[in-house]
Design a protein around this ligand. Structure first.
Ligand code: SAH
Ligand code: DHB
Ligand code: MG
Length: 223
């Protein structure tokens, strides 16, 4: 098995069961044009996010890491009419690209982008009393994933989901001696959730157009 096969399978999935509409294609084109890194969720992963949004009947979503708005558009599309998504992005230029693509995709009314490091945005969200959230997607700076998770856990309703992307990191998640801060953070996240009765979680390893990685899904249990 190699990357070529992983990509070919994602291609086939895209040709059959995962549709990418004009708004999403536009977001990819605009991001590429603006020189943003091509690290958005794959179409197949994005479709899973949409299914999860629908399965939990989410109306309030929080996203860490907007990039060009690809995953935000996907999740916003899966929300009901009155549903809202707040997405946090550190880079003002990325947020501008995302704003245009989100509006062009027709979900502008549902999506609010907050610019700045996510950790600095959280006290403001807190003060405004936003939430509780039905679904939180953590996909920003990986070293802070455990911090974002801890914050989200206090603000996600029982029955809601917290999803963290990029936790497997080419398998380095299993390496207790890893010197990578991003990997150590994912190990800490798993250790933090082990034995925590507030969540029931699992991590799924993935291959595809984005190589070998994986995501963690946690269902929030009643307090
Ligand atoms: N969720 C997006 C991909 C996000 S990529 C999608 O699937 O379409 C990660 C993003 O997190 C990048 O845009 C990066 O600029 C942003 N980021 C990095 N550090 C951050 C921080 N401290 N706060 C908020 N966003 C951050
Ligand atoms: C990177 C970030 C992501 O969210 C991702 O899914 C893949 C790569 C990165 O920062 O390199
Ligand atoms: Mg990611």
């Amino acid at each position: 098995m190699d990357q070529e096969t992983f990509s070919a399978v994602d291609q086939f999935i895209g040709e059959t069961i995962v549709e990418e509409d004009e708004g999403l294609r536009g977001a990819i084109a605009a991001a590429e044009e603006a020189g943003l890194p091509s690290i958005q969720v794959s179409p197949a992963q994005g479709k899973l996010l949409q299914l999860l949004v629908r399965l939990v009947g989410a109306k309030r979503i929080l996203e860490f890491g907007t990039l060009g708005g690809y995953s935000a558009i996907l999740m916003a599309r899966a929300l009901p009419e009155e549903g809202r998504l707040i997405t946090l992005e550190a880079q003002a230029d990325y947020a501008e690209v995302a704003r245009r693509s989100i509006d062009a995709a027709g979900v502008g009314e549902k999506v609010e982008i907050r610019v700045g490091p996510a950790l600095e945005a959280l006290p403001g969200l807190e003060e405004e009393g936003v939430g509780p959230f039905d679904l939180v997607f953590i996909d920003a700076d990986k070293v802070n994933t455990p911090n974002y998770f801890a914050w989200a856990l206090e603000r996600t309703r029982p029955g809601g989901l917290i999803i963290a992307d990029n936790v497997v990191r080419d398998g380095s998640l299993a390496d207790a001696a890893s010197a990578e801060d991003a990997t150590r953070a994912q190990r800490r996240l798993h250790e933090m959730l082990g034995g925590n009765s507030r969540v029931s979680a699992t991590t799924i390893q993935t291959v595809g157009v984005k190589g070998y990685d994986g995501f963690l899904i946690a269902l929030v249990e009643p307090a």
